[in-house]
Design a protein around this ligand. Structure first.
Ligand SMILES: O=P(O)(O)OC[C@H]1O[C@](O)(COP(=O)(O)O)[C@@H](O)[C@@H]1O
Length: 397
């Protein structure tokens, strides 16, 4: 029997430094610029032209492909060098997380950690959440561009650099409770400018206040979906665009420029075993659309992965609604960044009554009902009035 050397999945992405590689065809070079040939090996054997407000076609390397870095650069959306540096560190962290969640070692890490954790596991951070958090923290620190990082996994925001121009809020690994079944997971992030007018305050206070900015102040947000493909979907305020990781080159390639959510979908996404804890309005709405008796005379179907990034990603592409009607998801780390993306794609983010981005966060870990999706579907849902689940007894699974 062969025995394979044990690689630490956390510290081995990319697995081999390119300078140590023997002379191989260039699709093995993780740092090379994508070419058509390399893209073929990565499964991206088609041409894409960036559309959108940037004027778009600039930044392509003549091969019809555009990387995230090119898209952000001077010939693309031109978001500024500092944000480009920040994104390259964030990208790197997310590639490491993608490698980690796909690694045979992730369950080993989980077991080691769980040995020390008490019986009330459900709302405790899962081990991979913590590892992912550390990976992102270290990358953001190295970028030198982040003043403060506020993470769902930390009680308080971490102050990183006095002169960092940006504030990053994030959920490092959402959906990780299903990781043992290889269910898709995701990283969600939002980016604000550092509030220079708060620079004179004590670190704790300015860290907190910078992280509690209203969603209307977001300058960028995004998610990375770890699924059959690793997809980084982002917006800098000029549309929502998705980039797929080409594993042969290590580059995120623009595959879904200017996503437009359909005005209506035919899918609702919710944990509907909670039906009997729902208020009358929400029950009525779901009963109506699944019978095809709503304003859109089609019978709706249910899809619920129970992984917010995956449910939201599908909703962005196919339309309909992704919702969690109880006070469970977080305004700062999840609802605001995803609502920003939804709006930039022509969709809506609502708490069932008002626009998510209009809410001023008062607590870092503030939870709320969240409804994201097609504009006409969200409007119809809100018209039922009473759709927020106030009964929240706690659920075991
Ligand atoms: O238990 P519910 O209400 O179906 O909630 C599921 C949602 O919770 C999440 O798992 C996040 O919850 P955690 O932050 O506790 O992991 C989402 O990915 C998912 O959409």
């Amino acid at each position: 029997m062969h025995s394979f050397p044990l690689l630490n999945p956390i510290s081995n992405y990319p697995p081999i430094h390119p300078l140590l590689l023997p002379k191989l065809p260039n699709f093995h070079n993780f740092h090379a610029k994508p070419t058509k040939k390399m893209a073929f090996f990565g499964g991206l054997g088609f041409k894409i032209r960036a559309s959108g407000s940037s004027g778009g076609s600039g930044g392509e390397g003549g091969d019809g492909l555009q990387t995230l870095r090119e898209y952000m650069g001077k010939n693309g959306e031109n978001v500024g060098d500092e944000l480009v540096v920040l994104y390259s560190h964030l990208e790197y962290a997310c590639k490491r997380i993608a490698a980690l969640v796909a690694s045979p070692f992730n369950s080993t890490l989980a077991k080691d950690y769980n040995a020390d954790v008490g019986s009330d596991e459900r709302d405790k951070p899962k081990p991979l959440d913590i590892v992912a958090n550390e990976i992102i923290l270290s990358s953001l620190k190295n970028s030198g561009k982040v003043a403060v990082m506020a993470s769902e996994e930390d009680d308080a925001p971490v102050w990183l650099a006095d002169d960092g121009p940006f504030v990053v809020v994030l959920d490092p690994l959402d959906g990780s409770r299903n990781i043992d079944a290889s269910i898709p997971t995701g990283t969600i992030f939002g980016i604000y400018h550092r509030l220079v007018e708060l620079d004179h305050l004590q670190v704790e206070e300015k860290a907190q206040l910078n992280s509690l900015q209203s969603g209307t102040k977001l300058i960028a947000s995004g998610y990375v979906l770890y699924s059959s493909a690793t997809i980084l979907c982002t917006s800098f305020g000029l549309g929502t665009h998705a980039f797929t990781l080409d594993h042969s080159t290590g580059e995120f390639i623009l595959t879904h420029p200017n996503i437009k959510i359909p005005p209506r979908g035919q899918i609702y996404s919710v944990n509907d075993t909670r039906y009997f804890d729902w208020p009358e309005g929400l029950r009525k709405y779901i009963d109506t659309v699944r019978q095809g008796k709503g304003k859109y005379p089609k019978k709706y179907s249910a899809r619920y992965i129970c992984s917010l990034v995956a449910d939201f990603h599908r909703t962005l592409l196919y339309g309909g609604l992704a919702m969690n009607p109880r006070d469970h998801l977080r305004l700062v780390y999840e609802a605001n960044p995803l609502s920003f993306l939804a709006e930039q794609a022509g969709g809506k983010g609502s708490d069932g009554k008002v626009r998510i981005l209009s809410l001023q966060p008062v607590k870092l870990h503030q939870r709320l009902p969240l409804f994201l999706g097609s504009p006409d579907d969200i409007d119809e849902l809100e018209s039922y009035g009473n759709v927020q689940q106030k009964v929240n007894p706690g659920y075991e699974v």
